[in-house]
Design a protein around this ligand. Structure first.
Ligand code: SF4
Ligand code: SF4
Length: 296
């Protein structure tokens, strides 16, 4: 199984644990990722609202590079990158006037956009292509007693529900069961966390994250699992500020789904980048895993 790989710029910075745990999991499961040479930042959703043509051309360049490399499918560990690449492909194919202009721009840089590459979310590949049966076979330490609130964020299944439902996706829930963990009912699984507003309007974003964390705890979760570096950053990094502001203990362990898989597979926590998660140090799950010999 081989895919063109677009890491995205988050995973080279605050999302390094996302990259580290993804790489550990694909190594374990035998998925081959071939990084797209000379890829560029996709501009995220923000650039689309500043200059739609330039934003689409910027993202389309990565797709054209993947095609040039011979990929028929490409993937990324970041939901933001996934949305931008997928949206670009949809726009080029669904709006010919927009698509032709983008193709012309790429042609001037010596690139040809053919539209032959399919954009996939890494979660979709692991659960639906590798499959739950294979994942089950790699589990060495079933995550007994781990109650998971699966948080997809607002971009993983919207506006394109390529592999799950818009409002109540279940892919991570199924993955939890394969790993021996217990998914809890979590009504806020696709609620927006505020994204980059945590940097510009922290009062607003902290309130949104507070609601998500509080609901996860109310539903009995002891872990919240995310699929995107920015969602994870917001849920994991601001708990101290949120608890002191709202005067309610909403503290909970935050993991990437790939870290959760790695723990069940018995992979060393540092290899999974867990030392970078701010909620890991004092996590009861850390002790639980150490007791079975996974990490110290
Ligand atoms: S979505 Fe964000 S992380 Fe991904 S490449 Fe674009 S700007 Fe970077
Ligand atoms: S970071 Fe927040 S705003 Fe961005 S995709 Fe995740 S849930 Fe949505």
């Amino acid at each position: 199984m081989k895919f063109g790989y677009f890491p995205g710029c988050s995973v080279l910075g605050t999302g390094r644990a996302c990259e580290e745990s993804t790489q550990a999991i694909v190594r374990e499961l035998g998925v081959e990722l071939e990084e797209i040479e000379d890829w560029n930042c996709c501009g995220a959703t923000a650039y689309m609202s500043v200059d739609e043509h330039n934003a689409l051309a910027l993202a389309a360049r990565n797709i054209a590079l993947a095609e040039k490399q011979g990929a028929t499918q490409m993937t990324t560990p970041c939901s933001g990158c996934y949305l931008v690449l997928n949206k670009t492909k949809h726009y080029i194919e669904e709006y010919p006037a927009v698509g032709n202009r983008v193709k012309e721009s790429l042609k001037r840089t010596g690139l040809q956009y053919k539209g032959t590459v399919r954009v996939r979310h890494m979660l979709d590949i692991l659960v639906n292509d590798v499959g739950l049966d294979t994942i089950r076979k790699h589990v060495q330490h079933p995550l007994k007693g781990v109650k998971v609130a699966a948080y997809y964020g607002c971009q993983t299944v919207r506006p394109y529900k390529d592999f799950d439902q818009y409002h109540f996706p279940e892919t991570i829930d199924k993955l939890c069961e394969a790993l021996g963990a217990e998914p809890v009912h979590f009504p806020l699984k696709t609620r927006c966390c505020g994204g980059s507003q945590m940097g510009t309007l922290p009062q607003v974003a902290q309130r949104l994250v507070f609601a998500i964390l509080r609901e996860a705890k109310r539903q009995g979760a002891n872990v919240i699992v995310s699929v995107c570096p920015l969602c994870h950053f917001n849920l994991d990094s601001y708990q101290h500020d949120i608890i002191s502001r709202f005067k309610e203990d909403v503290g909970i362990t935050c993991l990437y789904y790939t870290q959760m898989m790695g723990l069940a597979f018995g992979i060393d926590p540092n290899t999974l980048g867990l030392h970078r998660n701010l909620t890991w140090d004092r996590s009861p799950l850390r002790q639980q895993m150490a007791a079975v010999g996974v990490g110290a």
